[in-house]
Design a protein around this ligand. Structure first.
Ligand SMILES: [Zn+2]
Length: 102
């Protein structure tokens, strides 16, 4: 089923929507957020991920120095894994349908 939200009962104005999805591992540090925004040019879907890196202060200083002098990618990974929960699939599917069938 497609969830379509209208503001003030006006079917020509579609409501923006944000959905958070926690990782199946239940870590508080793994989460994905999908945001559906309706612009005049059409809908836009953005994806944001939260994977904080907690390093000791001296490692963060070393990374900062390498970053300042553009030595390399500073040796840190900005990627991690997010595993979708099966029960969230329908909610994501609903959001994608609202994006593709405005
Ligand atoms: Zn996880």
């Amino acid at each position: 089923m497609i969830a379509i939200f209208y503001e003030n009962g006006d079917p020509s104005v579609k409501k923006d929507r944000t959905e958070w999805f926690d990782c199946a591992c239940n870590s508080y540090d793994h989460a994905i957020r999908f945001s559906l925004t309706h612009w005049n040019e059409g809908p836009e879907l953005t994806v944001e991920a939260v994977f904080p890196q907690y390093l000791p202060w001296y490692k963060r200083c070393w990374i900062a120095l390498k970053y300042i002098f553009k030595r390399d990618s500073a040796g840190i990974s900005v990627y991690d894994t997010w595993i979708m929960k099966k029960e969230d699939a329908e909610r994501l599917q609903s959001l994608l349908q609202a994006f593709t069938k405005p």
